[in-house]
Ligand binder design. Sequence first.
Ligand SMILES: Cc1cc2nc3c(=O)[nH]c(=O)nc-3n(C[C@H](O)[C@H](O)[C@H](O)COP(=O)(O)OP(=O)(O)OC[C@H]3O[C@@H](n4cnc5c(N)ncnc54)[C@H](O)[C@@H]3O)c2cc1C
Length: 474
Amino acid sequence: MNEFTRRSFLKQISAAGLSSFVVREPSWLFAEEVDQRWKGLSKLDGSLLLDEGHREQMATDFGANFHRVPLAVLKPRSTEDLVKIVRFANAQGLKIAMRGQGHSQYGQTLVEGGIVVDSRTLNGVKLGAGVVDAQGGASWEEVTRQTLAQGLTPPAMGDTMTLSVGGILSAGGISNSSHLFGAVVDTVEEVDVVTGAGDLLKCSAQRNRELFELALAGMGQCGLIESARLRLVTAPKWVVRRDLMYDDLGKFLGDARHLASEAKVEHLGALVLADQTRGWTFKITIGKFCESPEEADLRAVVADLRFKSSEDLMPVPFGLYLHREVARDTAAYAARKRTPSRALYITMFVPGSVGEEFVARILATPAETSGVTRFSLYLLPVQKFTRPMFMLPRREEFAQGLSAIRPFLLACRLGGPLRSNELAPARSGKEQIRPDGYSHARDRDVRGTAGSEAVAKPDAADGRERRVTKSTSG
Ligand SMILES: Cc1cc2nc3c(=O)[nH]c(=O)nc-3n(C[C@H](O)[C@H](O)[C@H](O)COP(=O)(O)OP(=O)(O)OC[C@H]3O[C@@H](n4cnc5c(N)ncnc54)[C@H](O)[C@@H]3O)c2cc1C
C-alpha cells in the first residue's frame, strides 16, 4: 500500500529529477501549474495530483492495451473527498474512473482527460458483529488480516488477495469456492455508494435496492463504492487438497460438474493445460476446509470419480491457503513492469449444456489461432448467483465459466469491440450501465467480457507445495 504524504511526494519527485518542480498552495493540490479550473474545488482531506509523474502512473493498467492520461489523480482521505470530486467533475464536465489495484486489462480504470480516483488511500477495515466494513480501496489481504485474527473470514473473496474490495465487487468476483457461495457480490450486505450526482447513499436489499444491485458487479459505472459490509463466517484452520488428473475431456467435465453439485468440497478448481508431449491434459483440484488435517477424508469424495491419477498436496493453514495466488500475482506484476507488453485475460460464461462442445472446439483450434494454451473452468450453479448485474446464462442449472489469457480472437467473436468504463458525471446511475453494450446482451447464450471479469486461474498448486502421495484410479 502506498501511503501518500507530502514528504514522500517530495521525495518521489526529487528522485525523479524534477528539481524545477514547484509545489503550490493549497497544500492538498500538487501541480506544476494550477490552472483556473481547479480553483473552484474546495479543500480536500487527501491530495489532488496534477503532475505528469502521477498522471502517467494512472495512464495504463495490467493489460497495457491502452494509454490514456488523466488530467488529475485524486488520492482521497475521506468519503467527503469522493463527494466533492464527483460534484466538482459534474460542474466541470469531467469524467471520473475509480481505480483499485488496476488489474483490469481493457482500460476500465483509465480516463483520458478526466480524473482517476486512486482508491488505495481509502483502505479502512472495521470489524462488527458477524460482519466487516471495508473501504473500497482496502485489499482482501488487509480485510483478512483483521478477520482471521478473530477466527473469522468472508465466505467468498476471489482467489487473488492483492485485489481491492471495490475492484472485486465491481467485477463480481468468482473463486474456487463459487460453487458453494456464488460470486463475492452475493455475500455483501450493504454498500455505501457515491452516485454520479455526488450523493452518498447507503444501499442494501432493503434500502436503495436498485442502486445496491447496480453497484454490485456494475464495473464502477453506477457509482463509486466507498465501503462495503461483508458477511463473515467462522474461518477453518486447515485446508487439505488433492489434484485429480484426467486425459479425457468428458470425464473431466462430468466429474467437475458432479463435484460442484455434490458441494462436499469447499475448494474446486478445474484447469486445462497444454502439454508439449501429451497434448491437452486436465486437472481438478479439490480441497476440504477443516479443523485439523486428520479429520478431512477425501477418499469418500473421490470414490465415484473417473480420474486417471491423483496427488495429495501438503495440508496448509487456512491463512496460507488464502495467499495461494499472491506470489504468482506479484511475480506476474513485476514481470509486466520489467517487460511491458499487451495482455488480455478473458472470462466468459456459457450454458452448462454446451460447455463440453465449447471447450472441445477451443481444444481443436490451433493455439496460434485461438491464442489459448491454458485455461480455468468454473462450474457455477446459477441459483447461487443472485445479483442481477452478474450476468450468467440463466436457463439451466449450471453455467460454465472459462477464464483464459490472451484470447484476442475469442474476445472479438463473442464480445465484439469493448470500451473502457468511465463514470460519466451528471447522469443518473441508471443511465450509466455499461457503455460496452454488455448489459444489452441478456438473451444471448454465450457472452464474453474482457478485463473486467478477467481471472488468472493458473495451477492452484504452485511449486512451493510438496506433494505427499500419489495414486491412480480409473
Ligand atoms: C492476476 C489477476 C488475478 C485475478 N483474480 C481474480 C479472481 O480471483 N476473481 C475474480 O473475480 N477476478 C479476478 N481478477 C479479475 C479482477 O477481478 C478484476 O480485474 C478486478 O476488478 C481487479 O481488482 P482491482 O482492485 O485491480 O480493480 P481495478 O482493475 O482497479 O478496477 C476494476 C473495475 O472496478 C472499478 N472499480 C474499482 N474500485 C471501485 C470502487 N471502489 N467503486 C466503484 N468502482 C470501482 C474500476 O473503475 C474498474 O471498472 C484477476 C485479475 C488478475 C489480473
